[in-house]
Design a protein around this ligand. Structure first.
Ligand code: RIB
Length: 305
């Protein structure tokens, strides 16, 4: 069994680059259209592996060419994948637009990701029981994801939830999450509170803490991340870099956070490490192709601190 288990999505990304995003009803000419393997679950899992973490990927693929691509990636990255199941629906796909500043707009069509159901969760019960931390996102079925969170918590396994794409979650779910990692928009959706200013972000994070979430790590882009828990709130400074493509930056942040936490680093140290991983990711295009290795992250930290 692995120290870290990612239960999550795998998505083939169709990425179009353009000067600026089209308005509703507008046609524009773009620069390039490329295919990259991604999906929040797969991105987080590959990040963990490239940073030296012991990780297993649990999820659902189609029996198609895209599914074969992901199976090969798992093999190449040394990721355990005996519980990466196959179904008759196609592997998930996404349409992604990237503008000149590297910002993105993403639409995911879940396909096979939504075929992972309660019976599949039963098949991985022992995997959940015997891991140290389960890493989840919200790109699979919400009811199944919530049940995975409940099971992990019942087994005394830590839960790291990246609540993306965000939806409001019930208090009984938020109350058993050890680490939740929303960006500002997601934090606002989770809490129903504004998150425009640092003060508002802190207030929204404190609301989650009051509901029982142990640690909130709110990502703030290049400004870094806010840590909030019962001991207080603090912003851990990020790195200013030139973004070419922000896809998977949040995912690599989450992967790095999981690795550092399971290595026994403090939450603040773990967030520093995760900030560096995220800062490197935005400098390269694509999702999985933009994920850096441990050596690259350590070099970046040494050169930028
Ligand atoms: O977080 C980035 C990812 O979100 C992309 O790789 C895309 O597949 C979507 O899942």
């Amino acid at each position: 069994m692995s120290k870290i288990t990612v239960i999550g999505s795998l998505v083939m990304d169709n990425v179009a680059k353009m000067k600026k995003f089209p308005e509703a009803g507008e046609t524009i000419l773009g620069y390039t259209l490329e295919l990259f393997p991604g999906g929040k679950g797969a991105n987080q899992c590959v990040s963990i592996a490239r940073l030296g973490g012991d990780v297993e990927m649990v999820g659902m693929l189609g029996k198609d060419g895209n599914g074969d691509v992901f199976r090969q990636i798992m093999k190449d990255e040394g990721i355990k994948s005996e519980h990466l199941f196959s179904c008759d629906k196609p592997t998930a796909v996404a349409q992604i637009q990237i503008d000149e500043s590297g910002q993105n707009r993403i639409c995911v069509i879940p396909c096979a990701n939504y075929e992972f159901d309660f019976a599949d969760l039963d098949r991985v019960d022992d995997v959940i029981k015997n891991t140290e931390i389960v890493v989840l996102q919200l790109e699979m079925r919400l009811d199944v994801t919530k049940e995975a969170i409940r099971r992990a918590h019942a087994y005394g396994v830590k839960v790291l939830l990246n609540p993306a794409p965000a939806v409001p979650l019930e208090e009984d779910v938020l109350g058993i999450v050890d680490y939740i990692t929303p960006n500002e928009t997601e934090l606002s959706i989770l809490t129903g509170m504004p998150t425009e200013t640092d003060e508002e972000v802190i207030a929204a994070a404190q609301k989650l803490i009051s509901l029982g979430t142990k640690n909130v790590v709110a990502t703030l882009g290049s400004r870094g991340a806010l840590i909030a828990n019962k001991d207080g709130a603090e912003i851990v400074r990020g790195y200013k870099v030139k973004a070419v493509d922000t896809v998977a930056a949040g995912d690599s942040f989450n992967g790095a956070l999981a690795v550092a936490l399971t290595e026994g680093k403090s939450l603040k140290e773990s967030v520093r490490f995760a900030n560096a991983m995220g800062a490197l990711t935005v400098q390269k295009k694509g999702a999985i192709p933009s994920l850096h290795t441990r050596a690259e992250v350590e070099k970046f930290i040494a050169e930028n601190n």
